[in-house]
Write a protein that binds this ligand. Sequence first.
Ligand code: AMP
Length: 228
Amino acid sequence: MNLILLGPPGAGKGTQAKRLEERYGLRQLATGDMLRAERASGSALGQRVQVIMDRGELVSDDIMIALIAQSIDAERDDKGFVLDGFPRTLPQAQALDQMLGERGLKLDCVIEMTVDEAALVDRISGRFSCAHCGASFHARFNPPKVVFNPPKVAGVCDFCGSHDFKQRADDTAETVRTRLAAYRAQTAPILPYYRAKGLLRPVDGMAAPDDVTKAIERVIAAPVKAGG
Ligand code: AMP
């Protein structure tokens, strides 16, 4: 099963992709994570994309298409993959179709995580993760407006006990606005492309994370059954 999770930054794609990885053994291919790993390694690619990412703009299609082709080929098995953060432009979507076709693969479903954009800036600028195990949390941000998922004990990771947390460099309110604008201008036009192919399935991304997971599981059960 090969899936795409599509939606603006902060829609919960990363959280849900991880759950799909655990539940179905799908490989999570998260282009943002790949780019952050390149940056952390100090590679030439990492240095090239650093400024673009920190501004909240999109990295060029050429780089992204090469990166995703590499990771699809890196490790192929019959369980499939879940794309998180790719494609983000129409040329990326078209290149993906071509690259899957050349490899005898196909997409089963494109899950559109619908969100209330007004809530996203607070949602994203309040998020942080454990520097040790990567678990995600949300601070109470701009109280009383937004209450999310803080650690049970302030300053201590629920999962590994670490006291070390980090925030993404591009999760500031100003950069989030640029990222949302990039989504509207460059990524949203992909939706009709997949709708026309009959692959698009909307899911309410504003629901509680467990409810979003259940909704996604229901959605993907249908094409899987239909396809045998
Ligand atoms: P994400 O972690 O998916 O929010 O991605 C973080 C940043 O990485 C984005 O704001 C872009 O600068 C860059 N990026 C990730 N995926 C793509 C993509 N498919 N196309 C262009 N830029 C991307």
